[in-house]
Design a protein around this ligand. Structure first.
Ligand SMILES: CC(C)(COP(=O)(O)OP(=O)(O)OC[C@H]1O[C@@H](n2cnc3c(N)ncnc32)[C@H](O)[C@@H]1OP(=O)(O)O)[C@@H](O)C(=O)NCCC(=O)NCCS
Length: 285
């Protein structure tokens, strides 16, 4: 077995994607996701993507990344952290030491680049999935054996919009808020910078990035609640993936008045009318 960084031995993107789908049997990596996480990530460098080969056959891959560019607010703060976005081994080669060798090579590289922490998977906003599915017995055991520990529990909700309906209580909340002068509307593409700045200030730079991503996507969008021209809350759909919902946030000064509920239904309805039946509410704590 030999390991090469992608910068040394190139691979066809589609071959790589299909390999990942074979190696990560519980994940579903669409063309859209592959492009977002690998091609569109401004932080990515081919030097940190390691591929294991047996002869000419790709048998393992480790996609590593450092927070080197975006969002700029995190570059200094996270300068000691290295991420593994994904680590996949072909099922036929799992009894060999491919996992260990890829990981060892990446850790050595990260150490020599001054990193003291390695995180797995949660590289917002260019992540595949925010964590390891606990049903991955093979990967879970391997990571635990190598000294990795769990840092958080998160859940991706899968929602069937066949059952979507607007409850009367939510409708009433919207009516009341409208009477109080709150306006609910979808943002236009030219308002990208405005929402990105607001979400970054109130929540996090990554939420700002995801709001702007949504406004660039053909099927994505951002709902806002505004009063007197001031943004009170936002909800995003179709940002990271076409059928994913979120983030959602309401200014802490005006929470508990139903704004979040209305914004949630607005985005779900937007996904529904675009024809998405199964949607995902990812990374919920
Ligand atoms: C979650 C959030 C958007 C809700 O906005 P909001 O305008 O306060 O929501 P609403 O007033 O419509 O309340 C919705 C319901 O959720 C409940 N709720 C709100 N925040 C909650 C929380 N953190 N935990 C549990 N329940 C919560 C409310 O009690 C309310 O319940 P009810 O309908 O039975 O009365 C807002 O709290 C927020 O911005 N939180 C921080 C960002 C965040 O965590 N976003 C979600 C992850 S992407």
């Amino acid at each position: 077995m030999k390991i090469y960084p992608l910068s040394v031995k190139a691979v066809e993107p589609e071959e790589f994607r299909m390999f990942l789908n074979r190696a990560l049997e519980r994940d579903f990596i669409t063309k859209h996701m592959f492009k977002r996480t690998l091609i569109d990530d401004p932080n990515l460098t081919d030097d940190l993507i390691l591929m294991a080969y047996e002869g000419n056959t790709l048998i393992g891959a480790l996609i590593g990344v450092y927070r080197s560019k975006a969002p700029p607010e995190y570059v200094e703060k996270q300068k000691n952290v290295a991420w593994i976005k994904a680590l996949g081994i072909h099922p036929k080669y799992r009894s060999d030491k491919v996992f260990e060798k890829l990981l060892e090579e990446f850790i050595d590289q990260a150490k020599s680049d001054g990193k003291d922490t390695i995180r797995f998977s949660d590289f917002a906003s260019w992540h595949f999935f925010p964590g390891l599915d606990i049903r991955y017995e093979y990967y879970l055991q391997k990571f635990l054996k190598q000294g990795f520990t769990k840092s958080a529990d998160v859940v991706d909700y899968e929602v069937d919009l066949l059952f979507l309906y607007l409850p009367r209580t939510a409708e009433k909340r919207e009516e009341k808020l409208r009477e109080e002068g709150v306006v609910f509307r979808e943002l236009n593409a030219y308002e990208k910078e405005r929402i990105a700045a607001w979400a970054a200030e109130k929540f996090s730079p990554c939420w700002g990035i995801e709001a702007s991503m949504a406004l660039e996507e053909p099927e994505g969008g951002v709902w806002v609640a505004e009063k007197d021209g001031k943004i009170l809350g936002f909800s995003v759909y179709g940002a990271t993936e076409p059928n994913w919902f979120g983030p959602i946030g309401v200014d802490s000064a005006v929470r508990g008045r139903g704004i979040g509920t209305v914004l949630l239904y607005k985005s779900l309805e937007s996904l529904r009318v675009r024809g998405y039946r199964y949607i995902v509410i990812p990374w919920t704590g």
